[in-house]
Design a protein around this ligand. Structure first.
Ligand code: BES
Ligand code: MN
Ligand code: ZN
Length: 496
């Protein structure tokens, strides 16, 4: 999708469709919704549908007018932004996605979006619209023979302000939006096409395109490195595993801090010998979403070029039952030397991450973030709305929290206190890999914490948020690309 900034008068803009936001004020003094532009011709064009009550400003309400008088645009889309009081870049991002989704379904190929005039910071408004438009432009129907391929090809942002500054905001948002969709593409692929080897090759190709160093290790190297936890999952599959290391090391960045991004890349999770029920198992193709998130984030960073070193690590393997598969009761020695009693072979994500996190520390990372579709318990706790965040360091959490807010993603912190440690105690080894049903998201995080040790670390459990369970006005059902934007914002902020 091409993106462009325009400082022209909205009424003078020749476009397939001009999009403007209507906000609901819902009070006695201002019973009517407002059209968020100062352009008089445009306000005039919308006056009738406002006066007759067709436009209310309700979230995602769409009203499409054809050949609006005194406008050069062929159409005018008035899209509801919800309550004026709570309207923020978060809502604007979704509204932009909804506009794209509603217009592309009508075979419209380009649009011009007016930055709302209601006092939002213009910079963040431009970013929100572009990011939201990219999110809305993605569809997962790759393998449909009658795929219509309805997409918006070009978005123009109509804004007032400094062209250079807004242009930079737009460019950055485009990189982030494209990277999020890159992640979504990887997650969308089925496991027969997105094997660990294929996932690693996509990472390699991305790195080659964007000037990142990339190393890919196979089974032999994983065993040589004594990654006993990672290998214990990989040993059960006929598909070779892959350990992907992507390095973004700008020369103008100080040696420290060095951020490590570690992703769970289970390209299919059958559960292994502790096999999952058949019902819904097809969804376990998205168990590599954490890994894809890191590949997308590395892509964005390589193009945005913040002054900070970042290493991206993806631990990619299938989790399969076979004659070679590990069994409940087995004891594995992780790369860090910790012994793990396998209670449930379906708790495999924490095993691959244990070695991924340890390896990141060994490579010199001073700060760690992992992302993983780690637990069903996180879905029970937070549903499909918020991702779970865990932290062993409050300062790092606070920084992340601000980045997450700017990125407009929903996540919620869950606890990690030592009292939970009891539930991962083993009789035969240092720890077990499953703490049982209660507090499952927390005990999984407690397990990972053992491998982050004293390095400041965040864990993002995206089990409930990496896959949209239904179509929403602003995003299609399917892979969401959650966490890419927050991670990129965090790294940018860390670079200062
Ligand atoms: N990949 C799953 C978690 C998951 C569940 C992701 C639902 C997305 C949607 C993970 O590997 C898993 O199987 N976790 C187990 C852990 C249990 C055995 C301790 C779970 O959550 O049931
Ligand atoms: Mn599992
Ligand atoms: Zn899994």
């Amino acid at each position: 999708m091409k993106t462009e900034l325009s400082l022209s008068t909205p009424a003078e803009l020749a476009t397939e469709c001009l999009v403007t936001v209507a906000l609901d004020h819902g009070d006695k003094d201002q019973p009517q919704p407002s059209i968020e532009t100062a352009d008089r011709s445009l306000r005039h064009a919308a006056a009738e549908v406002i006066a007759n009550g067709e436009v209310t400003g309700k979230s995602f309400e769409t009203t499409l007018l054809y050949n609006p008088a005194n406008l050069k645009a062929k159409r005018l889309l008035i899209i509801g932004g919800g309550k004026a009081k709570s309207f923020s870049p978060f809502e604007l991002r979704r509204v932009a996605g909804a506009a794209v989704r509603s217009l592309k379904a009508r075979s419209i190929r380009s649009l011009a979006f007016l930055v709302p005039s209601n006092g939002l910071n213009v910079d963040s408004a431009v970013r929100a619209i572009i990011e939201g438009a990219f999110v809305g432009n993605f569809d997962p129907d790759t393998y449909k023979s009658d795929r219509k391929d309805q997409r918006i090809d070009a978005v123009t942002i109509v804004a007032n302000g400094d062209h250079t500054r807004l242009g930079r905001a737009l460019e950055e948002a485009r990189i982030i939006g494209e990277s999020q969709n890159f992640t979504r593409q990887l997650v969308n692929e089925p496991s027969n096409r997105m094997t660990p080897t294929a996932l690693a090759e996509h990472a390699r190709e991305m790195c080659a395109d964007s000037g990142l160093k990339c190393e890919i290790y196979g089974a032999e190297k994983i065993k040589d490195l004594k990654m006993g936890a990672f290998w214990s999952v990989a040993q059960g599959s006929d598909e070779p595993p892959a350990l992907v290391i992507m390095r973004y090391e700008p020369e103008d960045a100080p040696p420290k801090p060095m951020l490590g991004l570690v992703g769970k890349g289970i390209t299919f999770d059958t559960g292994g010998i502790s096999i999952k029920p058949a019902d819904g198992m097809e969804k376990m193709k998205y168990d590599m979403a954490g890994g894809a998130t890191m590949i997308g984030a590395m892509r964005a960073l390589s193009l945005l070029r913040p002054r900070i070193r970042v290493i991206g690590i993806v631990c990619a393997t299938e989790n399969m039952p076979s004659g070679h598969a590990q069994k409940p009761g087995d004891v594995q020695i992780a790369m860090s030397g910790k012994s793990i009693e396998i209670i449930n072979t379906d708790a495999e994500g924490r095993l691959v991450l244990a070695d991924g996190l340890h390896y990141a520390r060994q490579l010199g990372c001073t700060h760690l973030i992992d992302a993983a579709t780690l637990t069903g318990a996180c879905v029970v706790a937070l549903g499909y709305v918020n991702a779970g965040v865990f932290a062993n360091n409050d300062e790092m959490y606070q920084r992340f929290e601000r980045a997450r807010e700017r990125a407009g993603e929903k996540m919620w912190r869950l606890p990690l206190d030592e009292e939970y440690k009891e539930s991962i105690r083993s009789n035969i080894a240092d720890i077990v890999n499953s703490g049982g049903r209660y507090g499952g998201a927390v005990t999984a995080a407690m397990f990972l914490k053992e491998f982050a040790e004293d390095t400041p670390w965040l864990h993002l459990d995206i089990a409930g948020t990496a896959w949209m369970e239904e179509n929403k006005p602003w995003i299609a059902k399917g892979p969401s690309g959650i966490a890419v934007r927050s991670l990129v914002e965090f790294a940018k902020d860390f670079a200062g």
